[in-house]
Design a protein around this ligand. Sequence first.
Ligand SMILES: [Zn+2]
Length: 80
Amino acid sequence: MPIHEFCCNKCSTEFEELVFRESDPVNCPDCGSDRVAKLMSACKFKTGGPIVSGSPTASAPSSGGSSPCSGCSGGNCSTC
Ligand SMILES: [Zn+2]
């Protein structure tokens, strides 16, 4: 299943989305913004530009479901 993880550049929401084609638009489920960055391993690679408000580490992803990693904000990084 082509499920990719994304991080919204606007509200820093992390979500998973089924992407069948790379050209398909992906929108944030929270704010509807299309300025989302594809996550490689964790939400560390901000390719879209500076986060305007708030810190990505300030809001814990409590609603992310399976999140065994407590050492970073990514939720499922491969280093911890
Ligand atoms: Zn958003």
